[in-house]
Design a binder for this molecule. Structure first.
Ligand SMILES: O=C[C@H](O)COP(=O)(O)O
Length: 299
């Protein structure tokens, strides 16, 4: 059970809700300075959760997807790898069997992803099976309908049980900020998720029309900052969904840098969930370095 109704009272908003857009306008011009910096672009590349979550995914297509990560490392040993691959639960054994690059994590979406509309015992079982079959990171969605009705105990208890089901695997909790919309509610969901055991809080599934926004990122990073100030625990941040260009990714990077600082800008504490970003970043980096993109292994 949620320890008390007071959890949210313990965390007062540490920013002015009316000023979010002005703050974003203050922060994002920094992105322009970062755009040509290949060190930063490579760091962002290293923070990607390279995702395939398509209805058409199959054992063969996911094997080929994972093999590209291996081939990329062989061809460009000095270039960073992505942070993780992220797949549907049934493909957990494939990532375990075929992914050979040290340091690249095996993430799996579980617990009734993306709607989260199933029985808690099935969510727990799906999470445990994903871990047993090789996932070391699990991405789950909160019960959005219950959350919006103010049933915070329910949401907290589900996350707590899913964290327990993860064992040693890291838990990323998706708030689906495009559905909960209001900054105050995004803040509440962030605090509940972190207090219930999330290692990362993540904006979106990428499966509803509004995915990651800078406004949601701003609120969530402030919640992470408040949680850290109170507990000393560093929780990661993962914007996901709809981020496909280098400049979009840099805007999120700039928000994290402004609010949480440089110590959050590594793949232990920052990830970007994306299916298309890696190729765009890679082309941009090669262009800046005046290298050919002709025989690059694209993902
Ligand atoms: O978690 C990752 C998202 O589902 C990826 O979304 P995307 O295909 O819009 O990059």
């Amino acid at each position: 059970m949620m320890q008390s109704e007071n959890i949210l009272d313990d965390y007062k908003l540490n920013f002015n809700i009316e000023n979010i857009n002005t703050e974003i306008e203050r922060i994002t011009p920094l992105s322009k300075e970062l755009k040509e910096n290949t060190g930063i672009l490579k760091n962002i590349f290293n923070c990607i959760d390279l995702t395939t979550l398509k209805e058409t995914d199959s054992a063969d297509s996911v094997t080929a997807f994972v093999e590209k990560v291996n081939q990329f490392k062989e061809k460009y040993p000095s270039f960073p790898s992505v942070g993780a691959v992220c797949v549907f639960p049934v493909f957990a054994p494939i990532t375990k069997q075929y992914l050979k690059v040290e340091g690249v994590q095996r993430a799996v979406v579980a617990a009734g992803f993306p709607s989260s509309q199933t029985f808690l015992d099935l969510k727990v079982l799906e999470t445990k099976k994903a871990v047993d079959f090789g996932a070391n990171e699990i991405d789950v969605v909160i019960s959005i309908g219950e959350f919006l009705e103010g049933n915070y105990e329910f949401v907290y208890e589900e996350i707590r049980q899913l964290k327990e089901a993860c064992g040693e695997a890291h838990l990323k909790v998706i708030l689906e900020t495009g559905a909960i919309k209001e900054p105050q509610l995004i803040w509440n969901a962030s605090i509940i998720a972190m207090d219930a055991g999330a290692n990362f809080i993540k904006t979106s599934t990428g499966k509803i029309p509004t995915a990651a926004t800078l406004e949601a990122a701003y609120v969530m990073c402030h919640a992470i900052k408040a949680y850290h100030a109170k507990t000393g625990k560093k929780i990661g941040f993962k914007p996901a969904g709809g981020i496909s260009t280098s400049s979009e990714a840099i805007d999120f990077y700039a928000v994290v840098k402004d609010i949480l600082g440089q110590e959050w800008l590594n793949n232990k504490l920052f990830r970007i969930g994306a299916s298309r970003l890696a190729n765009n970043l890679l082309s941009d980096i090669l262009k800046i370095e005046n290298k050919s993109t002709e025989d690059v292994v694209f993902f």
